[in-house]
Design a protein around this ligand. Structure first.
Ligand SMILES: Nc1ncnc2c1ncn2[C@@H]1O[C@H](COP(=O)(O)OP(=O)(O)OP(=O)(O)O)[C@@H](O)[C@H]1O
Ligand SMILES: [Mg+2]
Length: 369
């Protein structure tokens, strides 16, 4: 017999997120599949691990974390779970049958972390396991939902500013840089510039610490200047912490974290993402159509694309202003780089400028395609 499932151990220390933790717990009380979704690096894994660790005591067999971020071959999904369960993979039956028989009687919370690149397989596996194993529950994390009947989705938003700032100060402190009280306002503006996304904040705090020594040497730079320097660096360059000799792992650089979402998009979604990057603020569907529609990208494709990019956690729909979308700054920067590579930046910046001008004058605008 295999040993007991290895528990979700050492969940990260969370800053804030009490409401999200409570929401996961509440959903787990009534639904057998809960999927935590949200932007790249928003904290899906952190929240889910903490919630699973807190909920594990309600499951006789505890909670088991299966990380899927390094799994590329979807046919190996059942094997990966079996390996985490320490079930030997030497059976004549199919891996799914073996897995099902192992889990049939277990009262277990299975945490499937990072499903977006294996959506179809994770959905199929979740349905098969939940049907065959009556006491099993699944908590999944994914940049987009699995779209399985009965799934409860919890879309988590960026941090509250208070918590984003606390994370920035904490991570900078861990890297040896104290953010003094008089610099909190600049640090807060950096958090806002980064859309209060934890991963971006962590990388920025690390970058601040890395460059601190060099910046200290620059005569006359105050700490506030140095934080402002960091801001301009963030807008210009997404390769923090990148060692050019090494391929970047998913969370080592923003480019890698966002490139992961980019890979999962269709060509039309990528093109729309690139063109939308010219918007400096929120926009609505007609605005996106005005600026982005061409013979290559029809109005219909732009309409569908806004929904699809929102489902994929590339765009964020504004909670308070229905119908309004925005592209978080780190995704916008990536989009700008794509637009540049496509050789379309001058054209679409000009279309955006004309759209702004016309809007200021209160007239409708439609760029010539
Ligand atoms: N509330 C929080 N308190 C402290 N650290 C956090 C918090 N939320 C996220 N983090 C940290 O930010 C980083 C990104 O979080 P996490 O890995 O959970 O994001 P994610 O949404 O799962 O990303 P991805 O889309 O790439 O899977 C991690 O290092 C995580 O520990
Ligand atoms: Mg994750």
């Amino acid at each position: 017999m295999p040993g007991p499932a290895s528990p979700v151990s050492h969940p990260p220390e969370l800053i804030g997120r009490a409401a999200e933790m409570a929401a996961v717990r509440r959903l787990l009380d009534s639904r057998r599949l809960v999927t935590v979704t949200g932007l790249p690096g928003v904290g899906k894994t952190a929240v889910s691990m903490a919630a699973a660790a807190a909920a594990a005591g309600n499951f006789a067999d505890g909670a088991l974390l299966v990380r899927l971020d390094t799994l590329r071959d979807e046919t190996l999904l059942p094997h990966t779970i079996m390996a985490t369960l320490q079930v030997p993979d030497r059976f004549t039956r199919s891996p799914l049958e073996v897995l099902t028989s192992q889990l049939r009687d277990r009262h277990l919370l299975l945490v499937l972390d990072t499903c977006e690149h294996l959506l179809g397989s994770c959905a199929g596996l979740a349905m098969a396991l939940l049907t065959a194993c009556p006491k099993l529950q699944i908590l999944a994390t994914s940049r987009e939902p699995l779209r399985v009947p009965g799934e409860a989705e919890l879309a988590i938003r960026p941090l509250l500013l208070r918590d984003a700032l606390a994370l920035f100060v904490q991570r900078a402190g861990q890297a040896g840089v104290a953010v003094a009280a008089q610099n909190r306002a600049t640090a807060a503006s950096i958090c806002v510039q980064l859309d209060k996304l934890p991963l971006a904040i962590e990388l920025a705090a690390g970058e601040l610490a890395r460059n601190e020594a060099a910046r200290n040497e620059a005569a006359g730079r105050t700490p506030a200047d140095r934080l402002a320097d960091l801001l301009s660096h963030l807008e210009a360059d997404y390769d923090f912490a990148h060692d050019p000799g090494q391929p970047a792992a998913r969370h080592q650089t923003l480019r890698a974290a966002i490139g992961w979402s980019h890979e999962l998009c269709t060509p039309a979604e990528r093109l729309l993402w690139a063109r939308l990057s010219v918007f400096a603020g929120p926009f609505r569907l007609p605005d996106a159509q005005d600026v982005c529609t061409t013979s290559q990208l029809s109005d219909e494709v732009v309409t569908a694309g806004l929904s699809l990019l929102t489902e994929r956690s590339v765009l964020l729909a504004d909670e308070r202003t229905p119908g309004e979308y925005f592209l978080p700054v780190i995704l916008r920067g990536y989009g700008r780089q794509m637009l540049h590579r496509l050789g379309e930046d001058a054209e679409f910046k000009e279309r955006y400028r004309r759209w702004q001008d016309t809007r200021r004058r209160g007239r409708g605008f439609r760029a010539a395609n």
